[in-house]
Design a protein around this ligand. Structure first.
Ligand code: UDP
Ligand code: MG
Length: 339
């Protein structure tokens, strides 16, 4: 294992215009890192333009560059997964191909990694070249998912981040089909810290994420990392059943005291309300089990281990010494173990 290997992972879809500008910036950022075995891995996510040709030229010119091409456009999440699957014993910096995530920050990311952090993520303080609609929807999205999900998903954080080798290994253990990367990064835990940065505008071309795609992306995130929507029907059902019950009693009492001009209406109304309420409760109940089934079907590891210090069986003097040092210096522990 080489702890000093660093791979820059870039997913690119129709980025032939941006890549020639971005590539030299990545290389010079890597050149500035002394004492690291640095690599760059480009994943062409089924581009229709000259992206693949451009990437092949990069690879021909520099032995540090690997290129991978998917058979069609699978989406950024799948492209990143494909890249991460091919990275062995290496820390990873993930950045966008359009230059919105400045490679010049790699040095800062690495410094944090050296301090012992496993997940160093970039938090945007400004989003240049993005309309207010995109900013507002992003804002709402991060707040909603933060409320609904138990997984910590930092706000205003994209995929721009550095992952330590063991964080990459942990991420690889999550094999669920619906991959909401922001959530998966949060799920693996470990020591995390953020670096604030200004999100620049695209070098060329337009964003591939229009509002419709973002909406679907948001639904993907919420349904992948929360079963709250399923629980909604339980609450709705209980509420309706309760209201129906009270209203039903009122209709019956009213009919008994004063009679009702429409024959049969009170009976019919109470039956309908009662059945409607119980059906919603039953649906909610099914939803609860469905939610559990859904959690199980993801087959995520039950836990990941950060550190483990088994009893050594030697004198207490020695134990207290190792305890003092365990937090200050992290000697590459084994990657997360699954259950
Ligand atoms: N991307 C990808 N596959 C896709 C769409 C996008 O690999 O189907 C890449 C794209 O080339 C870029 C990154 O994902 O490197 C972010 O895409 P984009 O800039 O369009 O999104 P935005 O920055 O507007 O959120
Ligand atoms: Mg972009």
């Amino acid at each position: 294992m080489n702890p000093d290997r660093l791979t820059v992972l870039v997913a690119a879809y129709n980025e032939a215009a941006s890549l020639p500008v971005l590539h030299p910036r990545i290389l010079s950022a890597l050149d500035a890192l002394a004492g690291f075995d640095t690599r760059v891995l480009y994943v062409d996510d089924g581009s229709r333009d000259a992206t693949w040709t451009v990437l092949q030229q990069f690879a021909a010119r520099d032995t540090r560059v690997s290129v991978l091409r998917l058979s069609r456009n699978f989406g950024k999440e799948a492209a990143l997964t494909a890249g991460l699957d091919r990275i062995e014993d290496s820390a990873v910096v993930i950045l966008d191909a359009d230059g919105q995530d400045p490679p010049e920050l790699i040095g800062q990311f690495v410094a944090k990694w050296r301090e012992g952090f496993d997940d160093v993520y970039g938090t945007r303080i400004e989003r240049e070249g993005e309309g207010w609609i995109k900013r507002a929807t992003a804002h709402v999205f991060y707040r909603v998912i933060g409320r609904l999900s138990n997984t910590p998903i930092p706000a205003d954080t994209g995929d721009f981040r550095l992952l330590s080798p063991r964080a990459v290994a942990a991420l690889r253990e999550l094999r669920e089909r619906h991959r909401f990367m922001k959530g998966l990064f949060g799920w693996i835990g470990f020591n995390r810290t953020s670096i604030a940065y200004q999100r620049e505008s695209r070098l060329a071309g337009a964003s591939k994420f229009n509002l419709w795609r973002l909406w679907n992306f948001a639904i993907e995130g919420i349904t992948s990392f929360s079963t709250a929507p399923l629980r909604l029907s339980t609450y709705l059902g209980v509420l309706t059943a309760l209201v129906a019950f009270v209203y039903g009693i009122w209709i019956i009492v009213k009919a008994m005291l004063w009679g009702d001009p429409v024959a049969g209406w009170p009976t019919m109304m109470s039956v309908i309300l009662f059945l409607g309420g119980t059906q919603l409760v039953a649906l909610g109940l099914i939803g609860e089990y469905l939610g559990r089934l859904y959690e199980e079907s993801k087959r995520r590891p039950l836990y990941l281990i950060d550190e483990w210090h088994p009893a050594t069986g030697v004198s207490s003097e020695l134990v207290s010494q190792t305890e003092g040092g365990s937090h200050a210096q992290r000697t590459a522990p084994a990657p997360g173990e699954s259950a």
